[in-house]
Design a protein around this ligand. Sequence first.
Ligand code: ADP
Length: 182
Amino acid sequence: MQIEINGNALKLITGDITKQETEAIVNAANGTLLGGGGVDGAIHRAAGPELLAECRQIRQEQLNGEKLPTGKAVITKGYRLPASFVIHTVGPVWSGKEGKDKLLADCYRNSLQLAAAHGIHSISFPSISTGIYRFPIDRAATVALSTIVEFLDSREFGEVVMTLFSQSDYEVYEAALKKLMD
Ligand code: ADP
């Protein structure tokens, strides 16, 4: 499914984000930036060890050894990935509390703002927080898509692709987008 928003494109696809050829892909990282399971592990495996080295450097130099806070984003190169850049953001762990929606929205908004600040015009997102972090996917889809739509409504950007890893995830995002556009 693809829609146009203010001259920008928003696409929903099924696929593997490590194969996407947008200028940037987003990693659903954890605060350590040192890799993990799920999409994080897949991105580090595909990008090669240089990605981990740059993440370690960011931890030391930009974050003074601290973890990247939930909702915030940092950018690295893409190394062996088809994408030139990886934007790493830390999704909230679901705990049944309303306040987590805002943190999830922050992930999408801060990633998009960081991309725009680097002159990037195409970006692919995974479904942040809906794997190991257990965020209910229908709720996450509404937060993700409404944040992306609001961003695209407000400026000239280019293309945003939501890369869903399964057909059932795709269907949840498709239903949420149709509802949002009603
Ligand atoms: P989180 O810790 O933020 O929940 P996960 O990596 O566990 O992150 O899951 C986030 C989403 O990414 C899940 O829907 C999972 O199915 C999906 N995913 C896992 N691997 C890939 C991949 N290679 N490409 C796209 N999505 C992926």
